[in-house]
Design a protein. Structure first.
Length: 300
């Protein structure tokens, strides 16, 4: 595995690498350029891995629901997918993919800058001196330095949020450092991608149950420190319910509450991308993006 984007690009161009599945460290423009090379091909497949923005419920100012909702409305996801990701993603309105039996979109946050500004006003954050910046604590947006695509879209998001008057700056960290800080609750806002596992709605319990908040010796994936008794009750009932249709009702109600509270803002489902030499054939990657396809792959 080559973490360095320049090294991976050089190895692909030299022919020393036959296959590069989901090279997330490469910028979308680089992937497009590699696809124009006569010795290589780029294939894309619909994906279920979801990119998201995560908020720390214990950190000012994103501990306020209207601020989180304002962030969601101020981000033009469709434009980012088109311009920064070269169309290699589909809009997400849930952490679960549409193919999950318990899928429900909940609140759909279509881009609406005026609504974002109104929510910030209602939250008490106004631009009293007319300098274009609201009087509120600056949001530090922590991202991983290992992904060119993340760096590119984060800059666009920063610009969009500033247009709403939100004071924000990006902090780029090495991947393992960022993950540890997020786990410890040392963040305000971050972005990441969930890879695999989100087809099963039990994923909602892993991400949003109060018992899954990592504290002291307790591990868990609820790094947003989200806690909501109604959500906890609904998820517990869903997990205990043997009738799938009844369980779905609980999961749907939980998703509706989660999407309003917005501990995570689903951005898009990234398409799976495979770069390979032209002599590699029968590449069929599933939505989760796992490597099972190599068993049936052919090399001429």
């Amino acid at each position: 595995v080559l973490a360095d984007a320049n090294a991976l690009q050089a190895e692909l161009l030299s022919g020393r690498i036959d296959l590069a599945p989901n090279p997330t460290n490469l910028a979308p423009d680089t992937i497009q350029s590699l696809g124009e090379n006569d010795a290589l091909k780029v294939e894309t497949f619909d994906g279920s891995n979801v990119q998201y923005i995560g908020f720390n419920f214990e950190a000012d100012p994103v501990n306020k629901t209207k601020v989180r909702q304002a962030v969601a409305y101020a981000i033009n996801r469709k434009r980012i997918i088109s311009d920064q990701l070269n169309g290699n993603a589909t809009l997400a309105n849930s952490i679960l993919p549409a193919g999950s039996w318990a899928y429900s979109p909940g609140t759909e946050y279509e881009f609406d800058m005026e609504k974002a500004k109104k929510l910030l006003d209602e939250a008490g954050y106004k631009d009293t001196d007319g300098d274009g910046v609201r009087e509120m604590k600056k949001i530090i947006f922590k991202i991983s330095s290992g992904s060119k695509a993340t760096q590119e879209y984060a800059v666009v998001m920063e610009s969009q949020l500033k247009k709403a008057g939100i004071p924000i700056s990006i902090e780029s960290l090495e991947g393992s450092t960022m993950r540890e800080q997020v786990k410890q609750g040392q963040f305000i806002m971050t972005t990441g991608r969930w890879v695999g596992g989100n087809q099963d709605p039990i994923f909602l319990h892993d991400l949003f149950a109060t018992t899954k908040i990592p504290r002291d010796k307790q591990s868990g994936f609820n790094r947003w420190r989200f806690t909501n008794k109604k959500v906890d009750d609904l998820l517990d009932k869903a997990l205990k319910e043997l009738d799938r249709e009844k369980a779905k009702e609980y999961f749907v109600k939980a998703q509706e509450l989660i999407s309003k509270e917005l501990p995570l803002f689903p951005l898009w489902y990234s398409k799976n991308v495979v770069i390979s030499k032209n002599n590699v054939g029968n590449i069929q990657m599933n939505a989760s993006g796992d490597w099972d396809f190599v068993r049936k792959m052919t090399v001429e």
